[in-house]
Design a protein around this ligand. Structure first.
Ligand SMILES: Cc1ncc(COP(=O)(O)O)c(C=O)c1O
Length: 365
């Protein structure tokens, strides 16, 4: 058959073990998953109240233009409705953008290490991938600029970056955007934007008016606690959005997902509360790292990438046997580190106790 040559040997996304699998394998009653940066507090209680009584006609296709959700997000962000693209998670928006733009003969610039889906989709589309190493965990925008040539189609900036959690300063992004050629799409993937507390951070939506080649991606999967519903959105110039829309699937957000995203958006006090709790939780991890003399990246997200001074896979396994699923740095290109989602205060305390046990077993402490 005539499969694209470049997808030969390409690995499908490897999901980690589910909590049910881990319970079964290790005979545990309770397993906490702190591996995919979901919100440990779930979604706004208003979402649950809605779902308990939701009356949906399941035989009818959803609104393919997400009209009500579009209107709610447009008001929330103060952008026009046709500046928005809704995807089945930001994952799908990354796919849509790649599908619309990338092909053989073009190249795309991204950091190394960063969110894996940019590279994955670029490979599927046959584009050349140009990876620029991070500098102190931050995007090296000078080197990324140098990597751009006439065939560069997309530059990806994951801000804050996954898996380091680091923030590239708004001023540096502004300077970068000002010099990148206007026919290169600059994607700012801001999946964790709601968690940013840094005072120098400036909302990047302001860049779009002057620079129509900027596209911002955000999601309901993280702070909004709605990962299972799969809703992501991109904000861009009308010109860019209108070019992307035709490559989107017709009914890519379900009836329920559109409804719950609106409800989540309306409850901003829930988001603020989660942000504060997340900040406190992050401090638990930072304190632990300082006491145990382990390196960590300064995180602006709801996860932390921290050193374990041992084989990440072994520490990951040790935590899993004790009922905590995290992400091994080996799987993310950062051996010797773990990426851990910040949980509730109680979860963090328990996890750090278990981590102490594992690190003792490994002779680290
Ligand atoms: C940086 C980044 N972008 C995009 C995504 C995908 O999010 P979604 O659930 O909206 O597809 C994630 C999820 O981990 C992420 O970390």
């Amino acid at each position: 058959m005539k499969f694209k040559k470049q997808i030969k040997g390409l690995q499908a996304y490897q999901p980690g073990k589910t909590t049910d699998e881990v319970k079964r394998i290790y005979n545990l009653d309770k397993v906490v998953k702190l591996a995919s940066n979901e919100n440990p507090y779930g979604a706004s209680p208003r979402v649950k109240a809605f779902l308990d009584n939701a009356k949906v006609n399941f035989a009818i296709y959803p609104d393919g233009y997400a009209t009500k959700l579009r209107s709610a997000v447009s008001k929330h962000l103060n952008v026009s409705e046709n500046q928005l693209l809704f995807g089945n998670g930001s994952d799908e928006n990354i796919l849509i953008v790649s599908r619309a733009i990338l092909r053989q003969g073009l190249n795309t610039v991204m950091a190394n290490i960063t969110f894996g889906q940019y590279k994955h989709n670029a490979i599927v589309e046959g584009a050349e991938v140009r990876e620029v190493p991070l500098k102190n965990g931050e995007h090296d925008l000078d080197k990324m600029y140098e990597a751009i040539d006439d065939n560069t189609a997309i530059v990806w900036i994951c801000n804050p970056n996954n898996p380091t959690g680091t923030l590239t300063p708004s001023q540096k992004i502004k300077e970068f955007v000002e010099k990148v050629p206007s026919d290169v799409l600059i994607v700012l993937d801001e999946a964790y934007t709601e968690y940013i507390t840094d005072e120098t951070y400036v909302d990047s939506i302001g860049l779009i008016d002057k620079h129509p080649n900027v596209l911002i991606m955000r999601t309901f999967s993280k702070a909004y606690g709605l990962a299972s519903f799969r809703v992501g959105y991109a904000i861009g110039s009308e010109e860019v959005i209108s070019q992307l829309e035709p490559t989107r699937e017709p009914f890519n957000n379900t009836v329920l997902s559109q409804e719950v995203a609106i409800i989540g958006l309306e409850d901003q006090s829930f988001i603020q509360e989660c942000k504060m709790k997340n900040n406190a939780g992050k401090k638990q991890f930072e304190e632990y790292c300082k006491v145990r003399n382990l390196d960590f990246y300064p995180s602006h997200t709801n996860f932390i990438l921290m050193e374990v001074k041992a084989d990440s896979d072994l520490v990951f396994q040790g935590l899993m046997q004790r009922g905590f699923i995290v992400r091994s740095g080996n799987a993310l290109g950062v051996p010797g580190y773990l990426r851990i989602t910040i949980g509730t205060e109680e979860e963090n305390t328990e996890l750090l106790q278990k981590l102490d046990e594992v690190l003792r077993e490994e002779g680290v402490i």
